[in-house]
Design a protein around this ligand. Structure first.
Ligand SMILES: N[C@@H](CCC(=O)N[C@@H](CS)C(=O)NCC(=O)O)C(=O)O
Length: 205
């Protein structure tokens, strides 16, 4: 398998951390792309993912899978003997899915929008709107508070154990640094969870 990615980009990190938790990193050849230079806009790459985004997992038969969670689901189902990260009962799967959707819609997307609209990183392919960037950044700050409250009485976000929800939240908390949003000193539950998840070997992947 080949993973098209960029090491510093947050979505590929979610996949690498997932692979590391499953002990599968060595089964994947990593192909580093330069997104700002536009490696993802070449005809060869568009043939792999017409949405022009990384990560893309290319299977040995040439099939290309785009979308972080689609890749993670493929890995989860292909390697069922490895640690489960997406739920092993209907109730667990539903709770994890609920969190994945909250994290995607109300945390990752606003963080990405704030980054794109405030930094101008992709100004060659979009028109940044500072007011929208600031609105998104405010929503990211609100989500930090939400996470802190949710973690008041639990160690992990979903299913009472470490799951893909913790991976996605960690990668987004770290990504939020690019728009200057950080865990606040009073957000003690979030900080304790952050230290727990960051201490895992997979967080370095
Ligand atoms: N929904 C996609 C988002 C992928 C995405 O936005 N990837 C970013 C890097 S983290 C990218 O490739 N950006 C390049 C661009 O927008 O030109 C996923 O979950 O994989």
């Amino acid at each position: 398998m080949k993973l098209y990615e960029m090491a510093i980009a947050p979505n590929p990190r979610r996949v690498r951390m997932f692979l590391a938790e499953k002990g599968l990193l060595d089964q994947v050849e990593r192909v580093e792309m330069d997104l700002q230079k536009g490696d993802n806009l070449s005809p060869e790459f568009i043939a792999k993912n017409p949405m022009k985004k990384v990560p893309v997992l290319e299977l040995d038969d040439g099939t290309c899978i785009a979308e972080t969670m689609a890749i993670c689901r493929y890995l989860e189902e292909s390697f069922p003997d490895r640690p489960n990260l997406l739920g092993s009962t209907p109730k667990e799967s539903a709770e994890i899915e609920q969190w994945l959707r909250w994290l995607e819609f109300y945390f990752f997307l606003p963080t990405g929008m704030a980054f794109q609209h405030l930094s101008g990183y992709f100004k060659d392919r979009m028109t940044p709107n500072e007011a929208w960037g600031n609105e998104c950044k405010t929503n990211v700050e609100k989500f930090f508070h939400f996470l802190n409250k949710q973690l008041e009485h639990k160690e992990w976000l979903a299913a009472g154990r470490f799951t893909a929800a913790d991976i996605n939240a960690l990668c987004t908390v770290d990504f939020a640094r690019v728009v200057n949003v950080r865990i606040q000193p009073e957000q003690k539950h979030l900080q304790a969870w952050y230290e727990r998840v960051s201490a895992r070997e997979s967080a370095k992947a």
